[in-house]
Write a protein that binds this ligand. Structure first.
Ligand SMILES: [Fe+2]
Length: 234
C-alpha cells in the first residue's frame, strides 16, 4: 500500500524529506511542512524553502504555527514568499496567540501564486485538488465529488470531528511529541492531538498524516523526532 511504503530519505544536515506515493501513477506533487515556530533563524527557514524548491512540487501546503511572536511574522513570510511554487497556508494556535496581522500572510502567499486560507474550499492543481482549509469546527469548507479532496487542519484530533470523508488529511501541531521515547511515544504533547501523534492514521474522515513539523515548541530541543518536509505524490 502506497501510504505504508517505507519512506525515501534525503539527508540535508538537519531536515529530513519523506516521500509518499499515494497513487501508482502519480501526476501531482504536493509538499507539506508545518509548525515552523520562527524565532529568527533565517538560515534554517531558507533551507526549508530551498528543500521544498528542490522537490519541484506543483504546490506546497503549510498547516500553521509560523511564529510565537508577532514581530517574527513579517520576516518569516518574507522568506516563504520566495518559494518557487504556490504556497497555501492556514494559521495555528500560536499564530492566533501572537495576534499576528493575517493581511501580511495573504499578501506574501499571493506572491507565490498561492493563498492564505481560512475556512475556505479552493480548487487548485488545475482543478484536480480541492483544498479544504479548516480554521474552526464545524467545518465550513465541504468536499466535492470527482476531485482529490485534501484537508488542511492544524489539530490532528479534528479528524475525529469531521462530518465527511476526504482523500487525505494533513495536520501538524503535535511536533511528534518533540521528544519521543522508544516504545513509549511522545513525552510532551499539546492539546487537541489525541491519539494522532505522528505519521499515518486511518481516521473516520480518511487517511491522516501528522507531520512532526520544522520548529520546536518552547524549548529548542528535539529528540528522536527530526524536522521534516513531506512530499505526497498523488
Ligand atoms: Fe500548534
Amino acid at each position: 500500500m502506497g501510504m505504508g511504503a517505507h519512506a525515501r530519505w534525503i539527508e540535508p544536515d538537519w531536515l529530513s524529506v519523506r516521500t509518499y506515493r499515494l497513487n501508482p501513477n502519480p501526476t501531482l506533487r504536493i509538499a507539506h511542512f508545518t509548525d515552523i515556530h520562527h524565532r529568527g533563524d533565517e538560515a534554517r527557514l531558507r533551507e526549508v524553502v530551498r528543500t521544498v524548491d528542490t522537490l519541484k512540487p506543483d504546490f506546497a501546503v503549510f498547516t500553521g504555527d509560523l511564529v510565537e511572536e508577532a514581530d517574527m511574522f513579517a520576516p518569516a513570510l518574507e522568506i516563504l514568499a520566495t518559494l518557487r511554487c504556490p504556497l497555501y497556508g492556514i494559521a495555528g494556535n500560536h499564530d492566533y496567540w501572537a495576534r499576528v496581522d493575517f493581511g501580511l500572510a495573504r499578501t506574501a502567499l499571493a506572491r507565490t501564486g498561492g493563498a492564505w486560507l481560512k475556512d475556505t474550499a479552493l480548487d487548485v492543481g488545475n482543478g484536480r485538488v480541492r483544498l479544504l482549509a479548516l480554521d474552526r469546527l464545524p467545518a465550513v469548507a465541504k468536499p466535492r465529488d470527482g476531485v482529490f479532496n485534501l484537508v488542511l487542519m492544524h489539530y490532528p484530533v479534528w479528524a475525529d470531528r469531521l462530518p465527511y470523508k476526504a482523500d487525505l488529511l494533513l495536520a501538524g501541531h503535535s511536533h511528534g511529541g518533540q521528544v519521543r521515547i522508544p516504545f513509549y511515544g511522545a513525552l510532551v504533547k499539546p492539546h487537541d492531538v489525541g491519539r494522532y501523534e505522528l505519521g499515518w492514521y486511518d481516521t473516520p474522515a480518511g487517511r491522516l498524516y501528522v507531520n512532526p513539523g520544522i520548529g520546536s515548541l518552547k524549548v529548542d530541543f528535539r529528540f528522536n523526532c527530526r524536522p521534516e518536509v513531506t512530499l505526497f505524490e498523488i
